[in-house]
Design a binder for this molecule. Sequence first.
Ligand SMILES: Cc1cc2nc3c(=O)[nH]c(=O)nc-3n(C[C@H](O)[C@H](O)[C@H](O)COP(=O)(O)OP(=O)(O)OC[C@H]3O[C@@H](n4cnc5c(N)ncnc54)[C@H](O)[C@@H]3O)c2cc1C
Length: 339
Amino acid sequence: MTRVRVGVVGAGVVGLSTAVCIAEALPFCSVTVLAEKFSPDTTSDGAAGILFANSFPDIPLERQRRWFKDSLDHLLSIAQSEQASEAGVLLTSGWQVFKEVPIEKKPFWSDLVIGFQLLTQDELGQLFPDHKFGQAFTTVKCECVPYLPWLEKRLRKAGGNMEQRKVRSLQELSHSYDVIVNCSGLGSKTLVGDDGMYPIRGQVLKMEAPWLKNFIRDGDGKTYIYPGIHSATVGGTRQEEDWRLEVDEGDREDMLARCIRLEPSLCKAKVLREWVGLRPGRKNPRVERDLVQLQGRQVPVVHNYGHGGSGVGIAWGTSMDALGLVKQCLHDMHLQAKL
Ligand SMILES: Cc1cc2nc3c(=O)[nH]c(=O)nc-3n(C[C@H](O)[C@H](O)[C@H](O)COP(=O)(O)OP(=O)(O)OC[C@H]3O[C@@H](n4cnc5c(N)ncnc54)[C@H](O)[C@@H]3O)c2cc1C
């Protein structure tokens, strides 16, 4: 039987998760990941990797919950297995705190993370006297520097391949692949001409602070301290439409001051590294079917991109959806072949 050739563009957390889902579920497909950059040079590599869901305005809440739950369940099972340290997936506990009481006291994901509780006024007064409201919970931290190579290994085991290559247009792939899956993140702005894509610049510090055991996140999403395996990710910025990849000294001073206010012991911590990444911003992630046309030939495409600041947190869930869409494409192709 001829194998169905599936080309996945992108080797960040979304592309590799999607490629693994397809290669493992559909062994009659040969899956190739095509990407300009692989780990450790993708945006995903610099993410703190905390599992935390943002909400998207036009995606039904049930679908967003499923994306988050599928991702959390997948990573929780890795965190509780002997694979945890190789994959870089661990459980982490901490607080999200707010300067003003938020409208939504219990977010839609509160019953999915572990042990979600609101802080009492006494606890707030003791821990975060400058804040008026707080939540405590345990979630997963998925560090992509080990996790992406772990996914690559899992993909190879399932028969998948990888090819370093910049793709200029999806049409370019239409003769070599039967189904194309687009997981090119911010690259989709030019690759498929998506004007809804924009960068959300994030600058962070990787700091040596082994005494810190709990994460602290300000509810505005701009100030956070996430202790990890080798360092704490301390940040940050959320600058929309800002394409600069260089470290900005003003941003560094500002974020350090904000973080030291939250956790004064950070002033003793050593800066190991600074990093800037561009989140693939979009009003809503695009997880849907499409077609590319070349000289009368139509090739099905499945898009899976635009995850903004929560790509690590929902990648496995959107990849399961993308797998479902690939199955639909194959079903339709099979029907067409019979006509
Ligand atoms: C500072 C910071 C902190 C973050 N923290 C978190 C966090 O704690 N939790 C969380 O869930 N998320 C976090 N994020 C967001 C997360 O990093 C992104 O949502 C996620 O990395 C998106 O993954 P992706 O695979 O879509 O994109 P990427 O990782 O950018 O991968 C895109 C891939 O597509 C390839 N590509 C693009 N165009 C082409 C082309 N034309 N041809 C070939 N290949 C192409 C690239 O080379 C790359 O391989 C953070 C982001 C930043 C910047």
